[in-house]
Design a protein around this ligand. Structure first.
Ligand code: ADP
Ligand code: ZN
Ligand code: MG
Length: 636
């Protein structure tokens, strides 16, 4: 059941959601407006070009035509192949127009006397060639198509930023959607960023350059144009970029890679150009492209579904812009970008002269977490005895965003119990809440189930205490949680760990399987409650075999696919692993897991009495802390 290691962001960030929605709306309204304008253009064409050309003259019988001719009513005619068109006097005298068009079927061939009669009546007449089929095709089909095409071309020219202009600019699709924050409105500085001292150190040079570009120009050094912030989600990359603008006191243009990805080829590229144009005007400035992997994905390799044209053009435009503009001391512009998937970035982006400064932003260490805690408790009333140090120790592996979230939850919990300050206990509950979800006391479990859960959790806790490298248990609970856990055991590492030995990993697997082991030892029966434990144990064992080279049979060879640096695990890709090797991997994984399962069971059999004692205590109190585990084992 949940272990205090990693937490996933709880709810989608409402701001992100809003942004996405807005973007969708923009896209929708763009296509709708395109459709509307297209329709209007067609209508205009029909109304004012096509219709007047085809104006229908009233058709009259040939006899009537002859009658009118005899009555001197006809003014002029054109004799065509199969019909005659012309104008006759308006039957109502003095009305406007004086003449009206008419049309009648018949020709000079079928009425040989016609020409003579026309001549004697003094009507002006002429003959007409049969209409060329190409001509009418042109008018009816080709012309509207050409018009539409021309319209499209204008838009295209506009969006790709050519000299076009005109119609396309109505929509402003090629406009960059970056938000510009004026230097005086940035409002964050490095004081608001905790635990990122190395990154801040590396950014000092950029700030110096933005502040006093002349000095750099004097010495003739080449200034880095691009800085890429790399790190897991929530570590403050966006914050750091903005704070850099705040420190240097320059304008900040923030945009996200996804805003360049539109359905029309060329739009993204136009936006890139527009963005840089704006930035140059506002210089000195920082242009920040968040989640740059959305456009900067490697063009080679990974097969992507759908057209890559748009992405590729945008990326090319970005590269061209970066190459093209000179970070002069007159208009210094620095490009910053952030990603948590550096492995997918196109190498062209990373080469010298582009994003050649790469700064890693990692999850904060203990001191970093302490700083972040202090930053995020500024507006919060803490109890006078709030132990910062302990609070920081409780959050290993948490990112800055996680810590901010926990601190906020703690304040909410304190408010809920009408307290006037936030205590460490609130903070601890907030961690639980974030890691495991809210308590769900309303769920009624029958006595048997409660007992099983109590044995299960006691098993985890005891094994954690009994193996040499187990992280100390801080809390055990059998109160069901909204996230589905029926109980949980929380472990609190004493220090941040960066390297783990094989023995430590084996101990972890044993602890994960301690729950099921207890069920089996006590009841001789196992339940479904361990599926998550099993999944995590198997995953870890597999990584030990395929990534960490911890199996003697397979040696120090990597069998896993491409590494995902910050998002955990590796891409499943065993295409270059033979069938036999795969079988050995499976067997080794199974061996690792089974060995630890046996080990956990043996430990619990040895300490059967302690297991019983802890379980009874849990059933009585529902939640106990780490000292109860030690007490059950008779360790003071
Ligand atoms: P990223 O861009 O790396 O995903 P963000 O910069 O968007 O992370 O961080 C989200 C929020 O988390 C920030 O607005 C800030 O409140 C908090 N946060 C993250 N890292 C830190 C940090 N190092 N110091 C202070 N606050 C942080
Ligand atoms: Zn469990
Ligand atoms: Mg971000």
């Amino acid at each position: 059941m949940p272990e205090n290691k990693k937490i996933t962001p709880q709810k989608p960030d409402p701001e992100e959601e809003k942004k996405k929605q807005q973007q969708m709306q923009r896209r929708m309204s763009f296509s709708v407006s395109y459709l509307l304008v297209g329709m209007v253009v067609l209508w205009l064409f029909q109304e004012f070009v096509l219709t007047p050309m085809l104006i229908q003259a009233s058709e009259i019988p040939y006899s009537e035509f002859k009658q009118k001719l005899a009555d001197n009513q006809i003014v002029k005619v054109t004799l065509r192949d199969n019909d005659i068109i012309g104008e006759m006097k308006n039957p109502t005298p003095n009305a406007t127009p004086a003449t009206i068009p008419f049309e009648t079927i018949g020709n000079a061939e079928s009425d040989p006397k016609l020409v003579e009669q026309l001549q004697s009546a003094g009507v002006s007449f002429d003959f007409q060639r049969p209409p060329s089929p190409i001509g009418s095709f042109f008018v009816a089909y080709l012309l509207p198509l050409l018009l539409l095409g021309g319209f499209w071309y204008l838009m295209y020219r506009r969006t790709t930023g050519g000299a076009g202009g005109g119609l396309g600019s109505i929509f402003g699709v090629g406009k960059s959607k970056a938000t510009e924050v004026k230097a005086e409105d940035v409002g964050v500085t490095y004081k608001d960023v905790g635990g990122a001292d190395e990154a801040i150190g590396e950014l000092q040079e950029i700030i110096q350059f933005l502040k006093t570009p002349e000095q750099f120009a004097k010495l003739g050094g080449r200034i880095p144009k691009g800085v890429l912030l790399i790190g897991p989600p929530g570590t403050g990359k966006t914050l750091l970029a903005k704070a850099t603008a705040g420190e240097a006191h320059v304008a900040f243009f923030q945009t996200s890679g996804s805003e360049f990805v539109e359905m029309f080829v060329g739009v993204g590229a136009a936006r890139v150009r527009d963005l840089f144009e704006q930035a140059r005007k506002a210089a000195p400035a920082i242009v920040f492209i968040d989640e740059i992997d959305a456009i900067g994905q490697s063009r080679a390799g990974a097969v992507r579904i759908g057209g890559n044209d748009e992405r590729e053009q945008t990326l090319n435009q970005l590269l061209a812009e970066i190459d093209g503009f000179q970070t002069t001391h007159i208009a210094p512009v620095i490009i910053m970008a952030a990603t948590n998937r550096p492995e997918v970035l196109d190498p062209a982006l990373l080469r010298a002269g582009r994003f050649d400064r790469q700064i890693a932003v990692g999850n904060p260490d203990l001191t970093g977490r302490l700083q972040i805690l202090k930053i995020h408790s500024k507006g919060i009333k803490l109890a006078p005895d709030f132990d910062w140090e302990r609070a920081a120790r409780m959050t290993p592996g948490f990112s800055g965003a996680d810590i901010a979230n926990v601190m906020n939850e703690a304040a909410l919990l304190a408010a809920r119990r009408n307290a006037d300050s936030v205590t460490l206990a609130d903070f601890e509950s907030a961690i639980e809440r974030v890691v495991a979800g809210l308590e769900k006391r309303s769920r009624v479990m029958n006595e048997d189930e409660r007992r099983t859960v109590a044995y299960h959790e006691s098993g985890h806790a005891l094994v954690a205490e009994l193996v040499p490298h187990g992280d100390p248990v801080s809390k055990i609970s059998i109160v069901p949680r909204t996230r589905g856990a029926l109980g949980y055991t929380m472990q609190m590492p004493t220090e941040d760990r960066y390297l783990l030995t094989m023995e430590e990993l084996q101990d972890r697997i044993a602890v994960m399987l301690g729950g099921r082991a207890a069920e089996n030892v006590v009841c001789g029966e196992i339940s479904t409650g361990a599926s998550d434990d099993i999944m995590r144990a198997t995953e870890l064992a597999r990584r030990m075999v395929t990534e960490f080279g911890m199996s003697e049979k397979l040696g120090s060879v990597r069998y896993a696919g491409q590494q995902l640096q910050y998002l955990g695990g590796a891409v499943e890709d065993s295409s270059n692993v033979s069938q036999e090797t795969r079988e050995i991997i499976d067997r080794e994984v199974q061996r690792l897991v089974t060995e630890q399962y046996e080990r956990a069971q043996n430990l619990l059999r040895e300490h059967r009495a302690a297991l019983e004692k802890l379980t009874q205590l849990l059933l009585a109190k529902e939640t106990v802390d780490g000292s109860a585990v030690k007490a059950a084992l008779g360790k003071g």
